[in-house]
Design a protein around this ligand. Sequence first.
Ligand code: FES
Length: 136
Amino acid sequence: MDDLYRDFILDHYKNPRNFGELDPATHRYHDTNPLCGDEITMFLLVGDEGRIDDVHFTGRGCAISQASASILTEEIKGKTLDEVKEFDREHVLANLGIPISPARIKCALLSLKALKGAAWGLTAWPGEEPKEAASS
Ligand code: FES
């Protein structure tokens, strides 16, 4: 079981979906994992109906962080911002399908944090107290 999920993560890491800058984009946000300096930028193209017509990401980091971003972009494309707003820390951890140690939690959540920064200006780590961003 774990091997299956490891393969799943490695596949997303080696062949990331929706990787690269998105231009034009209506929303973008860059963030880093303070523990290692790895980074992700999330780009959204949101249509008039609040639907995510396209999403891309760029970044560099460990397999968990990059696979998590790839999986997240696949999942949210075509959904509305309202639908995506429900996504939380548990959702993203469940997507990965393997136990994530406390030391790697920020690896797993960096993409969700970048998404929330892009879409709503939220800069807190998912699962921590929300706060409004001054700007992105
Ligand atoms: Fe840097 Fe995972 S080690 S994001």
